[in-house]
Design a protein around this ligand. Structure first.
Ligand SMILES: Nc1ncnc2c1ncn2[C@@H]1O[C@H](COP(=O)(O)OP(=O)(O)O)[C@@H](O)[C@H]1O
Ligand SMILES: [Mg+2]
Length: 316
């Protein structure tokens, strides 16, 4: 009964931006790989702590991978190592088969990492200059810099003509987050790593950002890895999911398989998507065997079908 409904599609139509023009010049997504990677903070001191423990992971070019796990489980650490920004204590990190980390930085402009608190990275006088910082360092001509800035701001839902001249410090937390994200996107990386990018955004803006990210991934083939705390959001974003717990990989699989495994999610203190809860409640209420749905559009379709065939009463 679920045929024809794409549970991976974000809610609402993905917003179109002029980023279309970019795809022709963008190389396909980067392949990311971790081979038995461990990470120790403050190694060799009494405060040494192991944040990642022998994690192996492959992110295929153009894939959208979601990462979930309890607070302190190592999600942000994993992104930093995967980006080649934090050197592993043991194991290897590979970008397109080339080892990175420590003395081997990633290829310039190949990877964009949006930190968990990207606002703290804002420093220029205007929003425009902040987003233009990396494209200028890439040595691009002014016209190309302007195009990148306008497109990146639009992709995060900000109008360059309205926000470009403002000070980043005069913006709301949600707007600052968008500017910081635009700064990462303006690099036009081959892999985009996003650490809880929807924090501080209101529900409508969260949906819109996820839909824009999915749209960007589909059009350009950029590899995306997103750490998320909201399972409904991860359902809208991810094709595949990894759960991290205590610095170890606890589970990995198709997003739908993981997100409908309520017992597995519960083991790691994660709430199932609201749509999965809804489909369970409907099963109980109707006495029917209703499959768990992970997409919001899919859930609406399910409700409409149940109402149409008298399975549940339609509203008065
Ligand atoms: N710079 C650091 N120095 C020392 N310990 C850290 C540092 N960053 C994170 N940690 C520790 O590593 C563990 C994993 O942290 P983190 O990757 O931020 O988890 P998550 O993003 O899942 O909340 C936590 O125990 C945290 O306290
Ligand atoms: Mg984190």
């Amino acid at each position: 009964m679920q045929a024809g409904i794409d549970s991976q599609a974000g809610p609402g139509a993905p917003a179109k931006t002029s980023l279309d023009a970019r795809q022709t010049s963008t190389a396909p997504g980067l392949r990311l790989e971790m081979e038995s990677v461990s990470l120790v903070y403050q190694a060799g001191t009494p405060f040494a702590s192991r944040a990642l423990n022998e994690i192996s992971l492959v992110v295929e070019p153009g894939e959208r991978l979601g990462i979930a796990g309890p607070v302190g489980s190592g999600k942000s650490s994993l992104l930093a190592v995967l980006a080649g920004m934090e050197a592993a204590a043991s194991g290897r990190v590979l970008h397109d088969g080339r080892e990175v980390g420590g003395k081997n930085p990633p290829a310039p402009g190949s990877i964009g990492l949006a930190f968990q608190s990207p606002e703290s990275c804002l420093f220029e006088k205007t929003v425009y200059d902040d987003v233009a910082f990396s494209p200028r360092r890439q040595g691009l001509a002014d016209g190309e810099v302007r195009r990148r800035v306008e497109e990146a701001l639009a992709a995060t839902g900000l109008d360059s003509s309205r926000f470009g001249h403002k000070s980043p410090f005069s913006l709301s937390a949600g707007e600052q987050r968008r500017v910081a994200l635009a700064g990462v996107m303006a690099v036009d990386p081959r892999a985009l790593l996003l650490d809880e990018p929807t924090a501080y955004l209101d529900p409508a803006a969260r949906r819109e950002l996820i839909a824009r990210l999915v749209d960007l991934n589909r059009r350009t083939g950029v590899t995306m890895v997103m750490v998320g705390h909201d399972m409904q959001e991860l359902a809208a974003f991810a094709e595949r999911l990894v759960i991290i717990d205590g610095g170890r990989k606890a589970a990995e699989g198709a997003a739908k398989t993981i997100l409908t495994d309520v017992d597995l999610l519960d083991t790691y203190g994660l709430d199932p998507p609201g749509t999965v809860v809804l489909s369970r409640l409907l099963s109980v209420a109707t006495g029917r065997d209703i499959p768990a749905v992970t997409g919001e559009e899919e859930a609406v379709g399910l409700l409409l079908r149940l109402m149409a065939d008298g399975g549940i009463m339609s509203p008065p």
